[in-house]
Design a protein around this ligand. Structure first.
Ligand SMILES: Cc1cc2nc3c(=O)[nH]c(=O)nc-3n(C[C@H](O)[C@H](O)[C@H](O)COP(=O)(O)OP(=O)(O)OC[C@H]3O[C@@H](n4cnc5c(N)ncnc54)[C@H](O)[C@@H]3O)c2cc1C
Length: 396
């Protein structure tokens, strides 16, 4: 089946015209950095004054980018996506937890997503961020090889116990789970947690996926080393490949603290790292007749990389429908990629954030800011939505 990311009739077939019009206005607003700034300040202010703005948020940005406030709430979106064979990856998007109570709540929420994945074909796997379970300060210290004091040691053990409970639960239900990548100054500790988890659970199949951020230098070198070492130790390597979400934060921290930025100097270098890592994995990825070594998830909204992956899979002789790759995008964005991919028979899923409105506000503002700063993405979303609205009008 042919694949055309410009085919808006497929891209938006799950959307009513009313919902497309709402999306159009929303993207118009968030493409304006001034309005996003004002909106952010007003929201914070309104929450402080306890003004009833939940309804407004629920009907606008929340509806665009989130599944619901709970797993149960999100089921409607999950089944709507699954009607078109687009999976949903439930992402508990509450950020900035700092105490044991909040960490334990997050653990319970993630456990619930794993259970849901087991019982729902529309939820192919689970995901979590380590900072939702372990204090970020401890992850930073661990990554810098600094010693913990007694209390920190104790808190670290509690955090690791939470992570292990999640990984072992996912393994017991046979539900694959991804570990998101975060800021570079805490990533070493996250990589070690993921590596240990893979060594334990990825024996017969890939249960645990770690994330590689290709905006960082030398990722292909590290990837090759890790895959080789996993092979020698007899376990499989699960990779989610992304470009990376903390570009501005990374670059400004390295400037402020006067160290060489770990980030590539240009988008061109990031794209090359991403495509090189992707091509390397696609070359060695398990063929049906050989033993499994790697499993791949491509977390990207980049059309060129997605097309390149498909071309390479074909060239490598994969039978259509059996390609060992899952393509993933964020809910509310790049439906032209997700829906056209799934329509053409490729495994596709959306990250579906959920959580109480007030708690997911930081996630929503990051999405709005990302859509403001990444001009190309907003422009693409808007122009595709407008094309589809025009197309529908012309056939009425
Ligand atoms: C399913 C999914 C899961 C994700 N999981 C994670 C995760 O765990 N951790 C995480 O950090 N991110 C994650 N992301 C976000 C991802 O890293 C990107 O920020 C986002 O997807 C945009 O990149 P892109 O590949 O879609 O393509 P594009 O829009 O083509 O690329 C934009 C990206 O290129 C890079 N870039 C842009 N300008 C420059 C520059 N001047 N120099 C160097 N690099 C530059 C940045 O990484 C930027 O985000 C995820 C995204 C998806 C879709």
């Amino acid at each position: 089946m042919s694949l055309d990311f410009r085919d808006t009739s497929i891209a938006f077939k799950s959307h009513s015209t009313r919902s497309l019009q709402r999306s159009k206005w929303l993207f118009l607003v968030i493409s304006n950095s001034f309005l996003v700034k004002i909106g952010k300040s007003l929201t914070v202010f309104a929450f402080k004054l306890k003004l009833p703005i939940n309804f407004l948020i629920l009907k606008t940005v929340f509806k665009q980018f989130c599944g619901g406030q709970t797993v149960k709430d999100s089921k409607e979106v999950i089944s709507e996506n699954w009607k078109f064979k687009v999976g949903s990856i439930l992402d508990y998007s509450v950020e900035g937890q700092t105490n044991e109570f909040e960490f334990n709540n997050t653990k319970e929420a993630i456990i619930e997503t794993i259970r849901t994945s087991k019982n729902n074909h529309g939820v192919p796997l689970a995901v979590f961020k380590v900072t939702g379970l372990i204090n970020i300060k401890l992850l930073e210290k661990k990554s810098a090889n600094l010693k913990f004091d007694k209390k920190e040691e104790n808190d670290w053990k509690k955090g690791i116990k939470r992570v292990n409970e999640i990984l072992s639960f996912a393994n017991s239900l046979d539900v694959p789970i991804m570990i998101d990548a975060e800021e570079s100054w805490i990533q070493k500790a996250i990589d070690e947690i993921a590596y240990d988890g893979m060594a334990l659970y990825n024996r017969k199949e890939v249960i645990i996926y770690n994330t590689i951020q290709c905006y960082k230098k030398n990722q292909l070198v590290g990837l090759k080393k890790n895959i080789k070492s996993a092979k020698e130790k007899g376990f499989m390597f699960g990779v989610k490949l992304v470009r990376g979400a903390y570009l501005e934060k990374e670059n400004s921290r390295s400037k402020e603290m006067d160290y060489e930025s770990p980030i590539h100097p240009s988008k061109f270098h990031t794209d090359k790292e991403f495509n090189d890592c992707m091509n390397y994995i696609l070359k060695i990825i398990d063929k049906p007749e050989t033993k499994k070594t790697v499993s791949l998830i491509l977390g990207t909204h980049n059309e060129e990389s997605t097309m390149l992956a498909i071309k390479t899979l074909k060239e490598n002789g994969w039978k259509h429908g059996e390609e060992p790759v899952l393509f993933a995008q964020l809910f509310g964005m790049s439906d032209n990629i997700s829906y056209n991919l799934s329509n053409a028979g490729y495994k596709t899923a959306k990250y579906l954030p959920f959580g109480p409105i007030r708690e997911v506000i930081p996630y929503l503002f990051r999405r709005a800011e990302e859509n403001t700063s990444v001009k190309g993405q907003t422009g693409r979303e808007l122009s595709l939505i407008k094309t589809e609205l025009k197309r529908r009008k012309s056939i009425r």
